[in-house]
Design a protein around this ligand. Structure first.
Ligand SMILES: NC(=O)c1ccc[n+]([C@@H]2O[C@H](COP(=O)([O-])OP(=O)(O)OC[C@H]3O[C@@H](n4cnc5c(N)ncnc54)[C@H](OP(=O)(O)O)[C@@H]3O)[C@@H](O)[C@H]2O)c1
Length: 250
């Protein structure tokens, strides 16, 4: 029997690490569905992947909009009938310049809305499609800023950096990973968190023409662990939190 084509849905993949991941996975023969907030950028991304011989399409997807999440599930169901890999990549940071004492509540709510509630909604919606696939998996984009182990380790380079809403929302994403991995283990669906690391993208409104701050890696380095995890078949590990250098503490 022919192996099923790997179908990969990546949220927020019209730019940044998601786009690099989409391009790399399409080169490995995976069919890519870009879940896109910015449709113009998504059209451009699809054109680039297709021109390179890959298979890609996009579906409009604001992960905070439940109707769009439902419609994205229907889009994948109608087009492929299953989903092999879901990469919950869409993410925001809005509170980087605040301390926990002065951070506006609106920032905290926005970060949780996209980073945690958005990925929860997309994952719940895609589970029936993941169950139809061979070697299915969910990869949740987390962050070392969401690691309680690192946040309490004085040798962590970002020990004195706050961003409580972003960090807490990514810690919540890690808990989501652990809970989904247990709930889907008997279905053979792996669920893992990945930290891309501090990477040269427009994340948080950064101008990518600005000089790179100390410790910032290239966007290609940032995408490498996501690509590695999304290239594994069959899935082996579940409930892990990794980066290029290996395992991270939760
Ligand atoms: N870059 C880093 O240093 C770093 C470090 C650790 C973890 N991460 C994580 O890596 C992931 C990708 O980040 P990146 O560096 O590639 O940043 P990016 O270039 O800003 O990409 C994030 C993508 O998510 C999209 N997005 C934002 N809100 C959305 C929503 N409500 N629905 C759907 N898509 C939405 C963005 O669209 P718009 O641009 O149109 O808003 C953008 O396409 C994020 O989850 C981030 O937390 C990044």
């Amino acid at each position: 029997m022919m192996a099923q084509k790997i179908v990969t849905l990546i949220t927020g993949a019209e730019k940044g690490l998601g786009l690099l991941t989409a391009k790399a996975l399409s080169k490995k023969g995976q069919a890519i569905v870009i879940g896109a907030l910015d449709e113009d950028a998504a059209k451009q991304a699809v054109a680039e992947i297709t021109a390179d011989g890959g298979e890609a399409s996009y579906v409009k997807l604001d992960v905070t909009n439940h109707d769009q999440v439902t419609a994205a599930g229907k889009y994948v169901a109608d087009k492929y009938g299953y989903l092999t890999t879901l990469i919950n990549n869409a993410g925001i940071v809005t509170d980087g310049r605040h301390t926990p004492v002065d951070v506006p509540m609106a920032d905290l709510r926005k970060e949780f809305d996209v980073n945690f509630f958005g990925s929860m909604d997309v994952s719940q919606t895609m589970v029936p499609l993941l169950k139809q696939a061979e070697n299915a998996q969910i990869i949740n984009l987390s962050s070392n800023m969401g690691s309680l182990g690192l946040a309490t380790d004085p040798s962590f380079p970002f020990y004195n950096f706050y961003s409580v809403g972003y960090g807490a929302s990514k810690a919540a994403v890690n808990f989501e990973t652990v809970c989904f991995s247990k709930a889907l283990k008997d279905d053979g669906i792996a669920v893992n968190s990945v930290n891309p690391g501090f990477s040269d993208t427009a994340f948080g409104g950064r101008n990518t023409n600005d000089p790179k701050p100390a410790g910032m890696q290239t966007a290609d380095e940032g995408a490498a662990q996501i690509i590695k995890m999304a290239s594994r078949s069959p899935q082996t590990d579940t409930a892990t939190f990794t980066e290029n250098a290996g395992m991270l503490p939760w």
